[in-house]
Design a protein around this ligand. Structure first.
Ligand code: CP3
Length: 453
């Protein structure tokens, strides 16, 4: 009801003054966002900035250079640049069966035939960019793609989801896993390299150029798939929990997590060498974990993964999608600290993708203006929402994330029943922010604040 009524007012009825004004009551430098869609997300910049030390250099000047403007929008934001004309937009699982062009392949070829054939993988990676003009092309593959190279075979069974054989339930099973090295990735996963190289080649001459994203599964998520094996969706983590809650199982789990971590370091380095410009780490099964277990079983391995990637001198931006971030924002500080004093102090993770249950405004308040946040619209808004609802959800999300760099995305993957027209509208609405007065004011105020520091 509230969403509908504010949406009907439309942007044009809002003057810049009604969206934003200097807070007279408190600090001179305090700003409050007064757009009604931002209800609950208002805060004062002054309190955010007060807690910060030195800023990243790229946020000091208010004018972007021509060379910077040539950079893909997403990469600029992933470097902390707030002078972009609008937030970049891409969608998790943007290539999928909700697209008719995709179904013409998925009806004919099994998942691995598509993912392991570079020609098809390139085509499927490009489809959402061609159709909707998203700001990122993510290589078509799966988080399970590297597993066969480690001795874990998998199939995506229609109607059932991922099935891994053999599943890992004992030390004997574990002994059969072959940790992945960069050489082994090159030898056993050449299609990943070929897909990335060809995508990089095709995109190089595009203006504006989308960013080329690689991705991988977080160690806990991959371990959970390997343990649950064939059960997948049906067992819903029961086998993982059985392992977590016995001493012997815990020992096995930590060993498996170590193998997955080392393997994903090699896989990330391989992707970066083959042309990935940023990598997203999907911790899709982290929602299974209460915060204490998350702190023990997922985050330390993500930290080691990121350290391993950086130790191999891979400096491309890394995004963590923390499914289950809701209620764990404090805990996440272990890998995504609140106060980044300088870029060299960061543990190496650049951006945090939030799930759709998490409050974006709370995350911004907690992590401050330096934090690069991604997300986090409910995928069901895209699947079932009418245009006004989608517009309201986007505007509210943008307002909530205001105060620092933000990448528009869903809070989980695109659902199969999503209409393609809705995705087109969604991306158009984000692009139109560049000429919306309220958004321009929001951005100008942010740049001014950064420039003042
Ligand atoms: C958990 C997870 C998986 N895979 C992935 C995740 C993390 C994202 C998330 O949390 O949703 C990541 C993934 N999977 C796929 C991509 C391709 C790139 C893109 O995002 O467009 C990416 C980034 C292709 C795919 N991977 C899969 C599909 C759908 C099946 C098909 O195309 O045949 C696609 C397009 C299969 C898959 N693979 C997995 C699942 C849960 C499924 C769906 C199974 C089903 O729908 O029955 C494991």
């Amino acid at each position: 009801m509230f969403l509908c009524s504010i949406t009907r007012l439309g942007h044009s009825t809002w003057t810049s003054r009604s969206w934003l004004r200097t807070s007279e009551a408190s600090n001179e430098t305090g700003l409050k966002w007064l757009h009604p869609r931002c209800a609950g997300s208002s805060y004062r910049f002054s309190s955010l900035y007060a807690s910060l030390g030195t800023q990243r250099d790229d946020s000091r000047s208010t004018e972007a250079s021509a060379a910077e403007n040539e950079q893909p929008l997403l990469l600029r934001v992933l470097r902390g640049d707030v002078r972009v004309p609008r937030p970049p937009v891409w969608l998790m699982r943007q290539a999928g069966r909700y697209m008719s062009a995709f179904r013409s392949y998925s009806d004919r070829y099994a998942f691995r035939e598509r993912a392991e054939n570079p020609e098809i993988a390139v085509e499927l990676s490009l489809q959402p960019w061609r159709a909707f003009g998203v700001d990122a092309v993510i290589m078509f593959a799966d988080i399970l793609t590297p597993l066969p190279a480690m001795g874990l075979d998998y199939q995506i069974v229609p109607g059932k989801g991922p099935c891994i054989k053999p599943s890992i339930r004992s030390m004997e099973d574990l002994a059969r896993i072959e940790p992945l090295t960069i050489d082994a990735a090159e030898a056993a996963l050449p299609f990943v390299g070929a897909t990335l190289t060809e995508l990089a080649r095709q995109l190089a001459t595009r203006h504006p150029r989308p960013a080329l994203l690689g991705f991988l599964g977080a160690p806990f998520t991959l371990a959970a798939y390997a343990i649950d094996g064939e059960g997948g969706r049906a067992t819903a983590g029961r086998h993982v929990k059985r392992m977590m809650y016995t001493a012997e199982g815990q020992n096995l789990l930590h060993r498996l997590l170590t193998i997955m971590t080392e393997s994903m370091v090699a896989y990330a380095v391989y992707q970066a060498r083959m042309g990935a410009e940023a990598i997203q780490i999907f911790d899709s099964w982290a929602h299974l974990l209460p915060p204490e277990d998350y702190r023990e079983l997922s985050l330390p391995y993500i930290a080691r993964l990121v350290q391993g990637i950086r130790a191999a001198d891979v400096q491309i931006p890394l995004i963590l999608f923390a499914n289950g971030s809701c209620g764990k924002l404090d805990t996440l500080e272990m890998v995504f600290p609140r106060r980044i004093i300088s870029t060299t102090d960061a543990p190496g993770l650049d951006a945090l993708g939030l799930d759709w249950k998490t409050s974006m405004a709370e995350a911004r308040r907690l992590y401050g203006p330096q934090a690069i946040l991604q997300g986090n619209i409910d995928p069901m808004v895209l699947a079932f929402g009418e245009q006004a609802t989608m517009a309201a959800a986007i505007d509210r999300c943008v307002c909530s994330a205001a105060g620092g760099p933000h990448i528009l995305n869903l809070g989980h993957g695109v659902m199969q029943e999503t209409p393609e027209d809705s995705v087109a509208y969604f991306c158009d609405h984000v692009r139109a922010l560049a000429s919306a007065n309220w958004y321009r004011d929001l951005r100008a105020a942010l740049i001014e604040k950064r420039g003042m520091l």
